[in-house]
Design a protein around this ligand. Structure first.
Ligand code: SF4
Length: 258
C-alpha cells in the first residue's frame, strides 16, 4: 500500500511537511536524538515509546526521550506471561524517572477462551498456535492501545534479525491506521546500545547479566551461549525466519518469514 494511501485513511491527516519527510525517508542521516526531538515536537502527547522492558534498546530510547521531554510517554505490553524481572524493571523506571509506565494487557475473555480451547502452553505445539498466542496477548492489545496515538517509537535495529534488515528510521505503519513509526536507532549496533547504557547509567533488565540478550515471555525466552545469535533464545524451537511476534511485520506476513 503506498504511504499516501495509508495516511489518507486517517481522520486527521498529517501536515504536508511531516508526511513528506516520512515518505521521502528524509531522516536517515539524523541522530536518534534528532529524530526523537522531531517526533516530540510534532506529536507529543500523542506519541509514545513501545518498550518491552526486556531489551536495552527500549531503555536507551526511554532515557533519551525523558531528557528531551520529561512528560514523554511509554507503554509496555503485559502479556501475563512475563518474568518477574520485567515487572521489577518497570518499577525501577517509575522510581528513577518518576514516569507512569502505561501497562497494556490483553482482553481477559480472549485469553480465557484461547487457553480453554488449546491449553496453557499452546505455543509449543505449532507455529500457528504460537502466533495465535502472540496475536491475543500482544498484537491485539498493541492495536487497541495505538488507536489513541499519532506516532510511536520502537527500538528496532537492522542487524537484530533477517526480518529487520530493511527497517527505515521513519515509516507509516499501515497495520495501525497509518500512524508514524519512528525507529531512531535502526542503524545502531549492539555495541552502540550498550555504550549508551554504560555512559548514562540506564537501568536495564537484570536477566541480561544471566545470558538473556532480550527478555520476552518466560516460556518463550531462554539464555544463549556467548557468541550465539542474540535472538536464538526467543522461540528457539522455530526457524529463524519465523521468530517475530507479529508486532513489527506486515499482517499478511506474520511469522511467514519476510
Ligand atoms: S511470546 Fe510466547 S507466551 Fe508470549 S505471547 Fe507469544 S507465544 Fe504467547
Amino acid at each position: 500500500m503506498p504511504a499516501s494511501a495509508v495516511d489518507l485513511q486517517r481522520e486527521k491527516p498529517f501536515e504536508d511537511e511531516v508526511l513528506a519527510l516520512v515518505q521521502q525517508n528524509g531522516a536517515e542521516s539524523w541522530s536518534p536524538q534528532e529524530i526523537l526531538t522531531w517526533g516530540i515536537k510534532n506529536f507529543h502527547p500523542r506519541i509514545t515509546l513501545s518498550a518491552s522492558f526486556g531489551a536495552a534498546e527500549g531503555m536507551v530510547l526511554l532515557d533519551m526521550m525523558h531528557r528531551i521531554e520529561p512528560e514523554s510517554r511509554v507503554f509496555v505490553l503485559d502479556t501475563g506471561r512475563l518474568p518477574q524481572a520485567v515487572y521489577d524493571l518497570i518499577d525501577r523506571v517509575r522510581g528513577r524517572y518518576g514516569k507512569a509506565v502505561e501497562v497494556v494487557m490483553p482482553e481477559a475473555e480472549r485469553v480465557e477462551a484461547m487457553v480453554r480451547e488449546h491449553g496453557m502452553n499452546l505455543f509449543y505445539e505449532s507455529l500457528e498456535r504460537r502466533q495465535l498466542c502472540c496475536q491475543v496477548r500482544k498484537v491485539e492489545p498493541l492495536r487497541r492501545h495505538l488507536k489513541d496515538f499519532d506516532a510511536y517509537v520502537t527500538g528496532l535495529r537492522r542487524d537484530q534479525n533477517v526480518t529487520r534488515s530493511d527497517t527505515p528510521k521513519l515509516q507509516l505503519d499501515a497495520n495501525h491506521g497509518g500512524l508514524v513509526k519512528l525507529n531512531p536507532i535502526a542503524d545502531w549496533s549492539h555495541e552502540d546500545v550498550w555504550s549508551y547504557v554504560r555512559d548514562h547509567n540506564v537501568p536495564v533488565n537484570r536477566l541480561h547479566r544471566e545470558g538473556y540478550p532480550s527478555v520476552g515471555c518466560a516460556p518463550c525466552t531462554r539464555a544463549v551461549q556467548p557468541g550465539d545469535d542474540p535472538r536464538s533464545g526467543r522461540w528457539w524451537w522455530e526457524n529463524a525466519e519465523t521468530r517475530e511476534c507479529g508486532l513489527h511485520v506486515d499482517e499478511e506476513d506474520q511469522g511467514s518469514g519476510i
